[in-house]
Design a protein. Structure first.
Ligand SMILES: [Cu+2]
Length: 318
């Protein structure tokens, strides 16, 4: 309730500043934000609908005019834009936009819910046992670990075993969905999948960052990077690959990154909702008016439009 009031206040003052007529104000307000759930909090029907829609993307034509499918477009776009959207200020708003584009594509494939997230902070002590890896109610688990040769670490169970993502980084190299969970060492109390890098303690210290740039840098480099590496290793799709959206877990991962950014913003919404800064790819200073590129896959947008999840254009909450 407090959240809705805050949103209404911000909306009112913005509209006053822009001198919009009251009718426009009413039409543009975000009055009932869509709730994005943690995977394990969703109903069985919601989980199943989400997974069916993710598989459906692989039956739809490319929106980029490629011979690969709509499913592969996400990996392709992420690869093409990689240097413009990582290790720069736009990392957070760009991935917020990318998750929204995916959510809308799922909805076009019959899914009626919203984007969902995997709360890897809550699961950091035993990430490999998380609900998201369940073969029946989730995304299937680890890949085959009997070999380290590329292309052999196929996911062995769950709904995605028949998937054939086309791209590996920027090359067309069709393959099975590949995962290679980083092993832990239980005898030393070291969790698998680099879980120590995204524990509640680590997140609490990142949340002490007071600037957008400090928060962006730390969340991108530590928890975000560790989850990619922990799930994919060096030979899996989620590893440090520019084609990491090949793994449907990419989107649950990035929805969680988005949620953590929002939680950071919510610590001081007046100051932080539009707090932005740091560098662009060319080293110049980033601005709220910067363009978020989408390589022709979705309309270009601006950073400013992706700062406030309670805005009329986004209108969701966690
Ligand atoms: Cu990315």
């Amino acid at each position: 309730m407090k959240f809705i009031q805050t949103v209404a206040l911000i909306g009112a003052s913005l509209d006053a500043a822009l001198a919009l007529p009251p009718s426009t104000l009413r039409r543009q307000a975000c009055t009932s934000p869509k709730l994005r759930k943690e995977w394990s909090q969703a109903t069985r029907a919601e989980q199943s609908s989400y997974i069916q829609a993710a598989l459906c993307l692989a039956t739809k034509p490319s929106r980029l005019g490629l011979s690969s499918t709509l499913y592969d477009d996400f990996a392709r776009v992420h690869d093409i834009l990689f240097n413009q959207i990582h290790s720069v200020a736009a990392f957070l708003p760009w991935h917020r936009y990318f998750v929204q584009v995916y959510e809308e594509a799922l909805q076009e494939c019959g899914y009626t819910g919203n984007a969902m997230y995997w709360d890897w902070v809550a699961d950091s002590e035993a990430p490999a046992s998380a609900a998201v890896w369940d073969p029946i109610t989730g995304f299937g688990g680890n890949g085959n670990t009997t070999s380290t040769v590329w292309g052999t670490n196929c996911v062995l169970d769950g709904p995605f075993t028949g998937l054939r993502p086309v791209y590996w980084n920027n090359a067309a190299m069709p393959h099975c969905l590949l995962r290679s969970f980083t092993p832990g060492s239980p005898e030393d109390g070291v969790p698998e999948m680099l879980g120590a890098n995204y524990s509640p303690t680590v997140m609490a210290s990142i949340n002490l960052e007071t600037t957008f740039e400090g928060f962006r840098h730390n969340i991108e480099n530590f928890p975000h990077g560790a989850v990619h590496q922990g799930v994919g290793g060096f030979v899996g799709d989620m590893g440090p690959q520019t084609s990491s959206p090949n793994d449907p877990m990419f989107f649950l991962h990035h929805t969680q990154v988005d949620r953590l950014w929002w939680l950071w913003q919510q610590q001081d919404p007046q100051t932080r909702t539009f707090a932005y800064g740091g560098l662009r790819e060319d080293g110049s200073s980033a601005s709220l008016d910067d363009i978020l590129p989408m390589a022709g896959f979705a309309p270009q947008s601006t950073v400013r439009e992706y700062m406030d999840i309670g805005s009329a254009g986004l209108c969701y909450t966690y």
